[in-house]
Design a protein around this ligand. Structure first.
Ligand code: NAD
Length: 333
């Protein structure tokens, strides 16, 4: 059996990545859609053969509870809307996948976790790279200390953002700028290479080169983590220009991915030569991985759940606090 997924929000990521990936998945299928735009509903129903009964808008969303075709609700909305729709999805008695960042504030993440727990449903975050072979290999190289202890990490993700009117540049909807959008990948990179939680953070905002476009959010920023095992990391995130690199220098060598975080193919090498791994569709691998566990009645691995989303959102806010105050922030519990 394939689990039926309903996509909530038919923007760029749903249209260009998730729906095409759902044509390749083994354990799930595109069963329904939630959209506020009738023209999109018509287009998607035709293109993906979605029956009318499986098409919802934001007003009748709660009726999805009665739809047996839909097992999983995948929330692909602007960041500020994740919490509300994840909680509604759990209350409708469905498993939930929520895009990154899980939410803007840790408090929202906790409410999302609590709602899913109360409904006895699982919550996955759209951490597609956790199912991606090159990424899994650098997790192994770092965490198993294949090149000795990791000494320092450079982990950066940014791109040149286009349309100045998009929600990604509005603090109320995005929660911040590139840190919220792609900086989270750089945070994840440092965390999954070390397999540790950072114990401190320092951060700096770069000067804005376009203060009009970036009046509401940062344009470029930097931060540094210290890890309990002795590794330190330095990261850049930006909407001014592209960067996409994860590099670890270890006692007895180094390894890197570049590109490291995009839709692929990712590329990697180590001080001993190229990293050779199969190239997969990230979104299909992620949704299949999550849905296989759901079908088997297994707990999802912790590093793709709401608990992991909450850790990242806590760090996102700590990075902003460090940059705003100019102080190194102690993250030890
Ligand atoms: P987008 O702007 O292309 O789409 C957003 C969708 O939300 C649109 O269909 C829009 O109509 C809908 N929407 C509903 N209510 C809205 C409102 N009040 N204001 C604005 N839009 C509203 O964005 P996207 O790139 O598809 O991103 C959606 C989510 O997916 C974000 O959380 C983003 O971080 C995440 N994302 C993840 C990845 C990944 O690789 N995992 C990649 C891209 C985006």
């Amino acid at each position: 059996r394939k689990l039926g997924i309903a996509l909530v929000g038919l923007g760029g990521y749903s249209k260009n990545q998730l729906a095409p990936a759902l044509q390749q998945t083994q354990h799930c299928r595109l069963a329904g859609i939630v959209t506020g735009t009738p023209a999109k509903a018509t287009e998607w129903m035709q293109k993906y053969n979605i029956p009318k009964e499986n098409v919802y808008d934001y007003k009748n969303f709660d009726r999805i509870a009665d739809n047996k075709d839909i097992d999983v609700i995948y929330v692909v909305l602007p960041n500020s809307m994740h919490a509300e729709y994840v909680i509604k999805a759990a209350q409708a008695g469905k498993h939930v996948i929520c895009e990154k960042p899980m939410a803007i504030y840790p408090k929202e993440c906790q409410a999302m976790i609590d709602a899913c727990k109360k409904a006895n449903k699982q919550l996955a975050i759209g951490y597609r790279l956790h199912y991606e072979p090159f990424t899994r290999e650098v997790m192994r190289l770092g965490q198993e200390k294949v090149f000795g202890a990791v000494k320092f990490i450079e982990s950066s993700d940014g791109f040149r953002s286009g349309d100045p009117t998009q929600w990604r540049l509005k603090k109320s909807m995005a929660g911040g700028g590139p840190l919220m959008d792609v900086g989270i990948y750089a945070i994840q990179g440092a965390r999954y290479i070390t397999g540790e939680e950072p114990i401190s953070v320092s951060a700096q905002f770069a000067p804005k080169t376009d203060p009009v476009k970036f009046k509401d959010v940062e344009e470029t920023m930097f931060w540094q983590f210290e890890f309990p095992g002795g590794a330190v990391s330095n990261s850049t995130t930006s909407y001014a220009a592209g960067v996409e690199r994860l590099y670890a220098s270890c006692e007895k060598g180094w390894f890197e991915l570049s590109p490291a975080f995009g839709y692929g193919p990712l590329k990697g090498r180590t001080s001993k030569g190229p990293i050779e791994m199969p190239i997969v569709n990230h979104q299909a691998a992620h949704m299949d991985g999550v849905c296989k566990d759901l079908l088997d009645g297994k707990q999802l691995p912790d590093h793709v759940t709401g608990a992991e989303g909450l850790r990242d959102v806590t760090l996102l806010q700590a990075i902003y606090r460090a940059a705003e105050t100019g102080r190194k922030i102690n993250l030890k519990a």
